[in-house]
Ligand binder design. Sequence first.
Ligand SMILES: [Zn+2]
Length: 277
Amino acid sequence: MSDWNDRLGNPLQPSDYIDAKSGLVVCGTCGEPKQHVIELAGVKTIVPCACRCTREQDAARREEVERQRAEYERSRRRTECFGDDLKKAGYTFAADDRRNAQVSDAAWGYTKDFAQQRKDGKGLLFLGTVGTGKTFYACCIANAVIDAGYSAIVTNFAQIASDLQGAFDKRSVHNRLLRADLIVLDDLAAERDTSFMQEVVFQVVEELSGAGKPMILTSNLSPQEFLHPAELSRSRVFSRVAEVCTIISVTGADRRMERRKAEQKDDRQRLIDAASS
Ligand SMILES: [Zn+2]
């Protein structure tokens, strides 16, 4: 019998004891029987059964398997979202210095409300000059929705155009975007001003907004330039974006330039140190 208990994952322990009344083995830890009696073709047989300890162990094992599965799925989705761009994959709310607290709050608020925003097909448009952190906030949101179990894609129109040109099946490029729960389109209006490029931008924005897919866009344009574009070709795209995206204005100093200035100072110091050593 102990052999059977071993095979069923509930081996007998030195602390187990035999219940005087039933004659069956009882778990010394939880006090529940580790055996019970069944009747097969009129013959009574003692067979092992799970006590509370075994049930709890099984539940913990299942939970661990589920946790690992979810972790694997998140990591797969992060790779799908960012490819080998590890820098962007590291843009998270945990890494946010909150120097622009209003923008941080808006981005975080959108993330917390993502289930509803997604249902409504609503997104965000970050507008602001170079280096103010628009891409950072957009990627923070993508990372956070992936953590919450959704899928996201971070890309830009130049990349989509190049994918379309290289794809045998052009539909597959659109379908990849349509499959995602959130699509980040970086650097709107930075693409080349060719009719092909403008058509790609128009098609993507039309298709995603038509399908009710939430988009996060970033652009170096000022709110004025966005709301009153000089080119007619862009105004139809921009008015579509304005319909489905809340505009967040990101102001502040050029962080990349600030960082580079600090690095330049370090670099110069290193040269001076090298000269005097
Ligand atoms: Zn037990």
